[in-house]
Write a protein that binds this ligand. Structure first.
Ligand code: GDP
Ligand code: MG
Length: 599
């Protein structure tokens, strides 16, 4: 049996994961110079533009050691964002080792630490790598000490490389073979293959990427997804080189793909276990979880006749993205649309951007919110309801208590910015836990924060307050009671459901005032006066007024130039498209996100 090494690269964004992967592919001859275009693993446009890896992929390399011995490498790529933490954990499970790559000029970041801890928990062999040693600003001593403090390794264990110049790559390849153990090869047991990723192909159905933990899979075998109990045939199996390469068998230790006309990604979920129908395993690989949406937002077509188009777009997106959830929602202000659930803010942005790019549907999205647990008394009966839409928050008179999700956030920042970071966290109702000072003037600050405050504008403000130097990582903690109320906005006396938000009572007055002011800026004058009010229940807490005007755009052209007149009219029509009629008032699309654009 040939030797195998299954490993992944853990790195903070921009520390050089993709560049390093490219170097490994190049040195092992997995790709020729001609095929080599930069950062081959990031193959989705959106990822490339944002410089992040959204989905995990795997790639096989054939490494020839200096003595001539051949070793098969499977490099499993992990997503680099906290929204996809569960997928990361399953990708780690498919490996025996991890290269922990740290930028020698930047030092360790929050995301790296949390993923590293997961890898250690899962017993992976950690190979610490200092990257970018070619940079004049590199501090291999200081950052090396950070690594030593964190992992408890020796300085000599740290590999010094430059993924850019190729320095140290040969040593790194050897370290992979020498330090990372090969996988167990229990080929006789019943099949258990871990699905660490899946992609949807219009012609072939779901293609699942698996790591065979135990047993053997042959082409043509009957297969079963243990969580969903769905059964198919393994029509095609193979290895993941730059392209898919068919084989007859995949056995314990191998990484590969399975195609079986699986109709939807819902059947073949990341984290599930694949087994054979003729000799099934008793137990799946532990740790399977259903994706849990954490952030919710309304999606409405600007043109109401595009509702069905939006539905079919969401259906198509869901084929590719099993963690996207949605259900129909009706808004008095925005009409028919959907309430969608996302893993986090980045996931939400990705979905919104894809709807825009791939389906060309103009949509209005409402301000994101989290999910609340609301205890109510109705007709003398106590109940608990789950609210993921502010407009569905029960009337204040019925509400006994509201519980909101809390996260534990870890923020790593240069010590110069401790002040601004703590100020931000306090403002966001954070509860200070502790801070740990690291080498090279950096601190790891821990806070407990209401998740609702973090989905707002936390990340942007953290970045701007620290000139981009701070990094954030978080995990869900628990639900806690809070003095939360629903803040409504009324235009011309009519409540606009899509503008309602759930907020802490102490902040409601301030938000109400600012929202009214912002909406006054965003909504243009009409031929009648428009009062804008903010209210909690029946109590109005803020008010602005848009004065009436009479406006005729074409009047300026005094008859003469007809084509110019037409242009103006067309422009006006164009502008109208992005408007939504709410009662008697025309509201521009950006008004529904006004909360996000306030300072
Ligand atoms: P990723 O986000 O971790 O995948 O990081 P990338 O591989 O995209 O690298 C981020 C940036 O750092 C890119 O501009 C790379 O060219 C650069 N980079 C990566 N490795 C090195 C290195 O060893 N030295 C230098 N000077 N730059 C590097
Ligand atoms: Mg990358």
């Amino acid at each position: 049996m040939s030797q195998i090494r299954n490993f992944c690269i853990i790195a903070h964004i921009d520390h050089g994961k993709s560049t390093l992967a490219d170097r490994l592919l190049e040195r092992t001859g997995a790709i020729t110079e001609r095929e080599m275009h930069e950062q081959i693993l990031d193959d989705m446009d959106l990822e490339r533009e944002r410089g992040i890896t959204i989905k995990s992929h795997a790639i096989q390399m054939d490494y020839e050691r200096p003595g001539g011995e051949h070793v098969t490498f499977n490099l499993i790529d992990t997503p680099g964002h906290v929204d996809f933490a569960y997928e990361v954990s399953r990708a780690l499970k498919a490996c025996e080792g991890a290269l922990v790559v740290v930028d020698a000029a930047q030092g360790i970041e929050a995301q790296t630490i949390s993923t590293l801890y997961q890898a250690i928990e899962q017993d992976l062999e950690i190979v610490p790598v200092l990257n970018k040693i070619d940079l004049p600003g590199a501090d291999p001593e200081g950052v090396g000490q950070q690594i030593v403090d964190l992992i408890g390794c020796d300085h000599e264990d740290i590999l010094h490389v430059s993924a850019k110049t190729g320095e140290g790559i040969d040593e790194l390849l050897e370290a992979v073979v020498e330090r990372i153990p090969g996988p167990a090869r229990n080929t006789d047991k019943p099949l258990r293959a871990l699905i660490f990723d899946s992609v949807f192909n219009t012609y072939r159905g779901s293609i699942v990427y698996v790591r065979v933990m135990e047993g053997t899979l042959h082409q043509g075998d009957g297969i079963r997804f243990m969580a969903t109990q769905k059964e198919y045939d393994a029509e095609e199996i193979g290895h993941l080189k730059l392209k898919q390469v068919q084989t007859d068998t995949l056995e314990a230790g191998d990484v590969g793909y399975v195609i079986g006309s699986v109709k939807s990604l819902q059947d073949a979920r990341v984290g599930d276990t694949l087994t054979r129908t003729d000799n099934p395993a008793d137990e799946p690989i532990p740790g399977y979880q259903e994706p849990k949406p954490m952030v919710f937002s309304g999606l409405f077509p600007t043109q109401s006749d595009e509702f069905e188009d939006l539905r079919s777009a969401l259906e198509k997106l869901q084929l590719n993205d099993a963690s996207l959830t949605y259900q129909p929602e009706t808004s008095k202000a925005l009409g028919f649309g959907f309430r969608a659930g996302f893993l986090g803010m980045l996931h939400m942005e990705i979905v919104q951007e894809r709807l825009d790019r791939e389906f060309d549907i103009d949509i209005i999205t409402t301000v994101p919110n989290v999910e609340y647990e609301v205890h109510i008394t109705e007709k003398n009966e106590q109940k608990k309801v789950i609210v993921d839409n502010p407009s569905e928050m029960p009337d204040p008179s019925k509400v006994d208590a509201v519980y909101e999700p809390y996260i534990q956030a870890s923020i790593i920042t240069p010590s110069d910015y401790i002040g601004p970071v703590m100020k931000l966290c306090e403002e966001k109702r954070g509860k200070y836990v502790n801070q740990i000072h690291m080498q090279s003037q950096r601190v790891d600050i821990t806070y407990e924060l209401p998740m609702a405050e973090v989905v707002f504008d936390f990340y942007d403000r953290l970045k701007s307050g620290t000139r981009g130097y701070a990094s954030l990582d978080y995990e869900f903690l628990e639900y806690r009671q809070g003095d939360l109320v629903r803040l409504d906005i009324l235009l011309n006396g009519d409540p606009v459901d899509a503008l309602s938000s759930i907020i802490h009572r102490d902040k409601a007055y301030d938000l109400g005032r600012k929202l009214c002011k912002k909406l006054k800026e965003l909504i243009s004058q009409h031929q009648f006066e428009i009062p804008i009010q903010a209210a909690i229940g029946s109590q109005v807490i803020a008010r602005e007024t848009i004065r009436a005007i009479r406006k005729d755009v074409t009047a300026k052209c005094y008859g003469g130039d007809i084509s110019r007149k037409r242009k103006l009219l067309e422009k006006q029509k164009e502008g109208k498209k992005r408007m939504k009629q709410v009662g008697t008032v025309e509201v521009p699309q950006e008004a529904f996100l006004a909360v996000l654009s306030m300072d």
